[in-house]
Design a protein around this ligand. Sequence first.
Ligand SMILES: Cc1cc2nc3c(=O)[nH]c(=O)nc-3n(C[C@H](O)[C@H](O)[C@H](O)COP(=O)(O)OP(=O)(O)OC[C@H]3O[C@@H](n4cnc5c(N)ncnc54)[C@H](O)[C@@H]3O)c2cc1C
Length: 592
Amino acid sequence: MNILKTVNRVPGGMMVVPLFLGMVLNTFFPNLLRIGGFTQALTGVGYPTVLGMYLFTVGTKMTFRAAPRMLLRGGAILMAKVGTATLFALAVAHYFDGSVLGLSTLAVMVAMSDTNGGMFLALTSVMGDKEDSGTYVVQSIETGPFLTMLIFVGAGLAGSECAWQLARRGHRVRLHEMRPTVTTSAHQTDRCAELVCSNSFRSDNPRNAVGLIKREMEALDSLVIRCARQAAVPAGDALAMDRHVFAGLVTEAIAAQPEIELVREEVTAIPAEGFAVIATGPLTSPALDRAIGGLLGTEDLYFYDSMAPILEASSLDLSKMYALSRYGKGEGADYWNCPLSREEYERFLDALLAGETVPIKDFEKGVYFEGCLPIEVMAQRGRETLRHGPMKPMGLTDPRTGRRPWAVVQLRQDDLAKEHYNIVGFQTKLKIPEQQRIFRMIPGLENAAFARYGMLHRNTYIHAPAHLDRFFRMRREPRLYFAGQITGVEGYVESAATGLAVGLAIAQVLEGREPVPIPYTTAIGSLARHCSERPPSEKFEPMNVTFGLIEDTSHSPVRDKQVRRQKMVDRALSAIAEWKEQISAAPAAVLS
Ligand SMILES: Cc1cc2nc3c(=O)[nH]c(=O)nc-3n(C[C@H](O)[C@H](O)[C@H](O)COP(=O)(O)OP(=O)(O)OC[C@H]3O[C@@H](n4cnc5c(N)ncnc54)[C@H](O)[C@@H]3O)c2cc1C
């Protein structure tokens, strides 16, 4: 055929010419072939499908009789290629201390042993015979995913979700977790996705931004939300879990994934090769914290966060409390409430204001996260502040007296066995003896036994917008991603959501395409915007997800807040469904 002859006049023309034509088409008519269905699966996003067909057609050149000869020839080529590359890489490691012209040993090895299958087949079709072409099948063995390409640091909420999302798409992941060998000031177990403080994922109402983000994550098959629902305990309109059951379920799911290798060791340097995700959270170990500072060339950022105490149920005097959710939400009686009279409140406040706290180190400033202030810091802002905050009595009229108490302290179930309760919103940096003395002044807690004391901790995060793009990927070094609280999002759910977004972004890159951005009209997308779009010189502070962060594209002014929010929710959920559809144009075998 004339066309074929013309193409073959160009050296390697069978590869170069179609490649060039595809590039021209994509440059000038980028949407020409994106018309959905089968066509789209084969063009633009579907190169692995084409690769599969390509190998199939190569297979059709072979016969069982010819196969042994092809295997022999292919094996010889493979041994020569990988063997030479290995010797060269060993020489680089030995004589050049592991790096030559900025290329590491592994980079040299990979570059030298890489197979350009298209070029090989194009050349052998002109200069070789059918059996030469068939040897490509054997050669392509070394391009298969036999090396761990993805390194994750931190098996917390973000790291676990991210690794799992990739593994279930068939990508191999090595997940480094330093616990139990090295632990943090807040974690108590060796489980993945341990909840270090409250056992709540906050509101489950989709008209609340944190409720919406859960729906979006569920639509994208989130592991963390699935396990949370399985471990749920009653908590009004919140999604709260038995923390041990929850972390156990996540750990089991990670262990059951053959693609994930969980390595129990601390990582002290930024991984030098391949894709890596840093998801070490607010309590990143000091050595890695320094390495991240070095990588970003900045002073590390931090704020102080505190945790609320957990009490043993058997030590509570329930006769002084009443069971009720605020405004009767959820099952109606999901919380135990300790009512305080005005005098009891004033006495408690005086003790709190005079209470001795754990000092912050001399060289650091006491910067707190506004959404999670210690109660003694809130109390310093005014004698009424707690009555409008965690001790708010609104919606909690005592059914026994029909009267609304002056103030209320709420206790939330912390485990399925109902053995532990946490004091809602009572994060504190009081010293331990002071916690015992002051919290036992609350009616019903006179003999409270503490399963865990409240505590203060340092919380590390980076100035994400200065370094990351909307895929949580370092602009300067795109093989490195950050996920979780370290990116400057705040909260368990938000951390897991960024892990999910990073996992799906990397999956798309590994599947051979530039990731499709998550729309800013979604709650997950709004976190990506928060972490990437802000001038580097501007102050950057950690944020929970809110409707204020989500892009509102409706230009018609709707005055009713509820109606406006419902529209934003509907828009967000359909945008996520559409996005899922777009990113699902991946190889079918991988998505199963
Ligand atoms: C004490 C405390 C209390 C909090 N309370 C709440 C709360 O009540 N509600 C809420 O919504 N959010 C809370 N947060 C904020 C945040 O939601 C959680 O920290 C959340 O767990 C963050 O998820 P993550 O995946 O980013 O980090 P994490 O869940 O902390 O996971 C990071 C993992 O990385 C590991 N790691 C750290 N350094 C290394 C290293 N060098 N090598 C290997 N592994 C390493 C850690 O052991 C950990 O398992 C709290 C944070 C802290 C620190």
